[in-house]
Structures are given as structure tokens and as C-alpha cells.
Design a protein around this ligand. Structure first.
Ligand code: RI2
Length: 318
């Protein structure tokens, strides 16, 4: 139990972060938890797995990759604990492998949209977005990247470190300088925590103003998102919950105490409407945002069936 709670805590505190990475971490934890469970009784095994799944899926509310990963593993079957455990391992390893391949494939597909000499703006720290940028660079294209700090957690520092390590020319800017620099930008490439059925993209707070500035400047916006970041629940009319994080990420408790009447708002994500997005680059291909519904049906259809079935074993996990 200790390790399970530790992993859940690391995802919650963002020690493990990034929509794809938390999905892989949750799948790996479910696999390891199943391996550690020393029970002989299949109903007991199932109950413990279900509780572990709920704990992991509830750690961060916005990145749909997380419940999608959990549900993909929780599709396991088996009449005995041995069979069930083997299936959990197979499904978890399969998810992790597909996820890693998807990020690589997105890089290959997305890099085709990057031209030699382009200046790319990116926001926060997205492995999928960086995969596109890194592949374009590896192909010998001469590119410049402008990366935002991404307050309050400063994930932009991770991005510039990674890009610098790859030898890519990179500038770090404050988030509020996005429009100031947009005139120099040829392409915006960002990641996603969730994509809704109508093609809206939920990503790190500030993404929508970057997209708005890009739209004003007639600059294309590419979103890099694996298919498991698409939200089946939105087909049922649900909205994606925007995570509100602690005030201490924005201002120290000490400083905050000086302003008695001031509340701090700290939404971690925002919604970019599909009108501002030219392309969503998935491992299944580069699609217009209007095609999000098809991706959900084709790649997560099993999830919708389970959600709407009264026989679902794992109610509420996706
Ligand atoms: P990849 C991150 O969320 C960022 O919003 C980033 O754009 C998105 O996940 C996708 O990241 P957070 O965990 O899966 O930093 O592409 O809140 O790495």
C-alpha cells in the first residue's frame, strides 16, 4: 500500500507530471501493485485493484490521459488471481509501450509541418510538443524556439533545459511577453491535457491567450496530443474539470497573510476553442480539431460502451 500511496502523492504534488507521464506512471503503479498483492481470492483482488485505480485516477482531475490509462489497465479479465495479474501486467505494459511509441510518432508526423528556418513558440513542458521540435531539429531543420516560463510552476525551465541539451536555439520569455514576440513566430506547438469531443483543447493555463495572439497574427497552432488524451466523457456531455491548485504556488503563505482580504486564484489549465487550432497531431495522424469525435469513437469507443453499460465493473473511472 505504501508504494501505491507514494506514487499517488507524487502525481498529486507534480513530482511526476506531464499528462503522458502521469498516465504511464499510473499504469505502471497498477501493474506493480497487482504484482505485490498477495491474495488468493479473485473478488478480493478485484476490489483492491478497484480501490487502487480510484486512488490513482483521482490524483489530478484535468488530464484525461490519467483515467484513460487506468481504465485501459482495468479492462483485465481472469477467473483466478494468477490470470488476472498476468492480464494486468500485459495491459499496463502494452499501454506504456503504445504511449511511448505515440509520442515518437507524433514527432515524426508533426515535424513535417516545421520548415527550415522556422521560429516555434511553445508553452509549458510537453513531451509530445518537444517530440515534434526535436524531430524537426534532428532532420537538420534550422529552428529557433521561444519558450514561456509557464508560471506558477515554471515548467518552461524544463523545456529550455531539454531543448538546450539537444542543441536547439532557445529563448526563455515571461508568459506576458507572448503577444510581444508573436510577430517573430512561424508556428505555435503546444501539448494537451485533454481534448474534448468538439475539438477544444485543455492545456496549461495561458495556452488560450497564446492561441488568441497566434490567431490575430495568422500564425498556425499545432497541438500535439496522443489519442488517449481525448475525453470520452465529453461525448456524454460532460465538461472537463479545470484543476484549481494551491494558492502557495502563486504567493508564499507569509506574503499572502499580509493581504487579509485578497483571495488567490490558481487554475492550472484553460480551454482553447477549436477555432484557434489548425491541427491536432496524434499518433493516428494529423487531424483538424473537428475530427476529435472520430478519434474518441475509434480509439476510446470501448470506454464509452463501458461508461454507458450498467454492467461496468469500473464505474466512474474515465
Ligand atoms: P505531455 C502538462 O500538464 C502541460 O499542460 C503539458 O502541456 C501537458 O501536460 C502535456 O504534456 P502538467 O502536468 O503529455 O504540467 O505532452 O500540469 O508531456
Amino acid at each position: 500500500m505504501k508504494q501505491l500511496e507514494e506514487t499517488a502523492g507524487k502525481i498529486r504534488s507534480m513530482e511526476i507530471r506531464g499528462a503522458g507521464r502521469i498516465a504511464r506512471a499510473a499504469a505502471a503503479e497498477l501493474r506493480d501493485y497487482a504484482m505485490r498483492l498477495s491474495v488468493d481470492d479473485i473478488p478480493v483482488f478485484n476490489e483492491k485493484m478497484k480501490n487502487a485505480a480510484k486512488l490513482l485516477a483521482g490524483t489530478r482531475p484535468t488530464a484525461v490521459s490519467l483515467p484513460n490509462a487506468v481504465r485501459a489497465v482495468m479492462r483485465y479479465g481472469g477467473d483466478t488471481v494468477e490470470e488476472a495479474r498476468a492480464d494486468v501486467v500485459k495491459l499496463a505494459d502494452g499501454f506504456i509501450m503504445n504511449s511511448e511509441n505515440a509520442v515518437k510518432r507524433i514527432g515524426e508526423i508533426g515535424a513535417r509541418r516545421v520548415r527550415d528556418g522556422d521560429t516555434i513558440m511553445t508553452h509549458c513542458n510537453s513531451s509530445a510538443a518537444i517530440s515534434i521540435i526535436a524531430e524537426a531539429h534532428a532532420q537538420g531543420k534550422d529552428i529557433n524556439v521561444i519558450a514561456t516560463e509557464s508560471r506558477p510552476r515554471m515548467q518552461g525551465h524544463l523545456t529550455v533545459k531539454q531543448l538546450d541539451g539537444l542543441g536547439i536555439k532557445t529563448s526563455l520569455i515571461v508568459d506576458s511577453a507572448v503577444r510581444y514576440f508573436m510577430k517573430d513566430v512561424d508556428l505555435v506547438v503546444v501539448g494537451a491535457d485533454a481534448v474534448t469531443a468538439n475539438g477544444s483543447v485543455i492545456n496549461k493555463i495561458g495556452t488560450s491567450q497564446l492561441a488568441l495572439a497566434a490567431s490575430e497574427a495568422r500564425t498556425n497552432v499545432i497541438v500535439a496530443a496522443e489519442t488517449y488524451k481525448f475525453s470520452p466523457r465529453t461525448i456524454l456531455g460532460e465538461l472537463v474539470e479545470i484543476e484549481e491548485r494551491d494558492a502557495s504556488e502563486v504567493i508564499s503563505a507569509e506574503k499572502h497573510a499580509e493581504f487579509q482580504g485578497v483571495s488567490v486564484k490558481n487554475p492550472a489549465f484553460d480551454v482553447t476553442p477549436r477555432e484557434y487550432i489548425d491541427l491536432i497531431c496524434t499518433e493516428a495522424g494529423a487531424i483538424p480539431p473537428e475530427m476529435a469525435y472520430i478519434i474518441i469513437k475509434d480509439f476510446l469507443g470501448w470506454g464509452i460502451e463501458e461508461m454507458t453499460s450498467t454492467a461496468s465493473k469500473w464505474e466512474g473511472l474515465i
